[in-house]
Design a protein around this ligand. Structure first.
Ligand code: NAP
Length: 344
């Protein structure tokens, strides 16, 4: 007997991808239910080669659900995750609502899978921000090898990271430009078509944005509180796939060749690093894939022990849906949960 899984936010970018990933990886589910807002009651979504009709979250009884994958935003998660956990389901949440709560583990399975056992305090496990997830997958093996002290990162984040309305906005603006129509910017603070925007989320008092602050806080919680990080997060007119230009300082020496070899053998990483035109990964190739791609690995001669590299991944998969399903797999493989129906 398998598990009963609920996907909340099933009509959204991440929710749809969660259903795809659950089916692709043959997650041991006997039943999968799709939930969204009242607006989407009856809307059909795909789960493998089946279609399921969405139900409204507000009327749903979670008492026989084993795992709830949440991707309906912070406000919905703040209200619903504790109620769903109280009904006995383990909540794996994609929003930022619980990530910084010391009683909630923040997990990237390739990096800190052992911390997953801490879910029992609140019944909630948090998934990191999309730009953090791919970065820690690439940093962890290098940290183990030469101890990272400082990271400087500039992100090139796709519009799908801001939800389905943001993808529609890029699509509409691009068409409007070609047909000489007026351009409307609703979802982003400036036009995103044929442009880049150096602001993701709100500004903080120190001049950084909330997205940049999240990367700092999350890297410390997942990887090592001693690592210093500064980020500049930029939205670019790409539909799917986040890219990151990363420079890293280490306590111990490490050459580009050593880093390439370490990353070559690291879980979740694929190195594509030929020093020729096109010998690197771009978001176009990463979209729809599970791996974190690492390219342009080179030594940084401006510091004692430094490297620079380019990191690309599908933000809807490793940055959200895939990571959440991998967390659910950890719970199952480590026998941390039991199917309620089987237990009864
Ligand atoms: N996109 C990424 O790369 C990414 C990465 C990491 C984390 N996340 C996080 O994942 C969450 C979802 O992101 P997304 O990109 O999938 O957003 P999205 O495309 O805008 O989808 C939002 C989903 O939430 C549902 N929803 C909204 N209000 C609801 C309510 N009151 N009750 C039940 N369901 C409700 C929507 O249902 P309706 O269709 O019925 O409105 C829709 O299914 C966000 O918290 C986001 O920060 C996203």
């Amino acid at each position: 007997m398998g598990f009963k899984i609920a996907v909340v936010g099933a009509t959204g970018n991440v929710g749809r991808e969660m259903l795809t990933v659950l089916a692709e990886r043959a997650f041991p589910a006997d039943e999968v239910v799709a939930l969204a807002s009242r607006r989407s009651q009856g809307v059909e979504v795909s789960y493998g080669d089946k279609t399921i009709k969405c139900r409204a979250l507000e009327h749903y009884d979670f008492s026989d659900v084993d795992v709830c994958l949440m991707s309906a935003g912070g406000a919905v998660s703040k209200e619903w995750s504790p109620k769903i956990a109280a009904a006995g389901a383990v909540v794996i949440d994609n929003s930022s609502a619980w990530r910084y709560d010391s009683d909630v583990p923040l997990i990237v399975p390739e990096v800190n899978a052992d911390a997953v056992a801490g879910f029992r305090k609140r019944g909630i496990i948090a998934n990191p921000n999309c730009s953090t997830a791919q970065l820690v997958v690439a940093l962890k093996p290098l940290h183990d090898r030469a101890k990272i002290t400082r990271v400087v990162v500039a992100t090139y984040q796709s519009v799908s990271g801001a939800g389905k309305d943001a993808m529609d906005e890029l699509d509409r603006q691009t068409k409007a430009i070609y047909s000489l129509q007026e351009i409307e910017a609703k979802k982003f603070p400036k036009r995103i078509a044929f442009n880049v925007i150096p602001q993701i989320d709100l500004f903080m008092e120190d001049g950084s944005t909330k997205e940049e602050w999240k990367m700092v806080a999350e890297i410390k919680k997942i990887l090592d509180p001693k690592i210093k990080l500064i980020a500049t997060c930029v939205r670019v007119p790409v539909f799917i796939g986040h890219s990151e230009a990363v420079t890293i300082e280490f306590e111990n020496p490490i050459t580009a060749d050593e880093a390439r070899a370490v990353l070559h053998n690291a879980p979740g990483c694929i190195v594509i690093d030929r020093r020729e035109p096109g010998g690197y990964a771009t978001p176009h190739e990463a979209a729809g894939e599970d791996a974190t791609y690492i390219s342009r690995i080179r030594e940084d001669a401006t510091v004692e022990n430094g490297l620079a590299m380019w990191v690309v991944s599908d933000n809807l998969r490793k940055g959200a849906a895939l990571n959440a399903v991998q967390i659910a797999e950890c719970l199952v493989n480590r026998k941390l949960i039991q199917a309620k129906k089987k237990a009864a």
